[in-house]
Ligand binder design. Sequence first.
Ligand code: ATP
Ligand code: MG
Length: 455
Amino acid sequence: MIKKFIRRILGQKQKVEDHTKPVTLGPKEHGIDPQLVSPNAVRVTQTLQEAGFRAFLVGGAVRDLLLGIKPKDFDIATDATPEQVKRLFRRAFIIGKRFQIVHVMFGQDLLEVTTFRGSSSEGAPKDEHGRVLRDNTFGEQHEDAVRRDFTINAMYYDPATQNVLDYHGGIADIRNKTLRIIGVPEARYREDPVRLLRVVRFAAKLNFTIDAATQAPIAVMAPLINNVPAARVFDEMLKLLMSGQALACLQQLRKEGLHHGLLPLLDVVLEQPLGEKFVRLALSSTDARIQQGKPVSPGFLFASLLWHQVVEKWTAYQAAGEYPIPALHLAADDVLNSQTEKLALQRKIASDMRDIWAMQPRFERRVGKSPYKLLEHLRLRAGYDFLLLRCASGEIDAELGEWWTAFIEADGAGREVLLAGKPKSGSETGPAKKRPRRRGGRGRQKDASLNEGGE
Ligand code: ATP
Ligand code: MG
């Protein structure tokens, strides 16, 4: 039985050695549930096919369908040129200058249609490290397949015939839960070092094993990431952090030695016990939210990742004589300035991070109008969630978080009670301590009754 299974897999591998011809699998062999395919994706492939073109779902969508997961988006590959695609749909937009793709819209739904790419990377212009700079020729389907990153990301599904076309043994790798890069690993990483991050993301997200040859060059080639335009690294980092397995991804990044160039300060943070605990908590709560389908803000994520760096500088500025609030702003500036370049933090994200950080000392002012003002802050929820993380990590006293939880939930009178700092039982402790002195010690009895009667 096992022998037969192995033979089947090996047999399949031999068949796909010729990467210009696909292995075709019918619905019984691959088991894709057509219900998981978006009707709009079917509309697009159907329209293209009726106009005489070839059209398939491709990439992550096919991989997810084969794993029985509902894909979050659908990419389509076709032999029609972008102009030809655009003409077939009412709301279609050609995007990109160098390699054009078409965005086809149906209501809120966006489908990305890409013309098969040609395999011209040999002659394509490269930088001095071998990274491909421009590569924009159209080609055959098998050429398109060979340019994709992993075997499991290089399959094509035709919703009409329900056939899967597999050029690189992707089906076998899906079944073995193996992540395998197409072609010679070193060469593929050199062409595009972002693939180093993608390996980690897919391995952690899908819980796949990285094939030995795919894995081997990662640590050595890690520094190539520094060469990639920051905006691309940022996009890929964001995908990684929003994958629902951010914690696992980050652990794997560290294991592969890939985190150094990415968040230059993160390794320092992770080596401090408090920082590590904070990042861990932040990422596991992010993962939980994503797994529950709740939204996650990139600003909150990056604010968490870099918080302990801010704390360190905040403390240093205060030690140098700065007041707490300006010291925090200076610390935030320093951290944002040093990270913006590396991470290409978009302005909106950086400003969200600053808001979340700047709110933190305001939570400590529990007198007068301050807490009420904070309640009206547009980003209160994010700031408060952040405060709770600080409590949970042991950075600050849990009492502050509990107080704010109570304050946010309370009604008007309840808030007054909380502000007065009076324990709910109305006992004699708390602010009452101060009063006898102010009033010249004339009987606690009277004070207490005054407090009860008046506001
Ligand atoms: P996800 O579900 O996380 O979106 P995905 O596989 O769809 O995963 P995308 O980044 O959306 O990932 O890319 C779509 C497809 O484009 C991939 O499946 C792969 O075939 C191809 N691709 C993307 N990035 C690269 C790359 N850097 N090198 C080669 N092929 C790539
Ligand atoms: Mg995708």
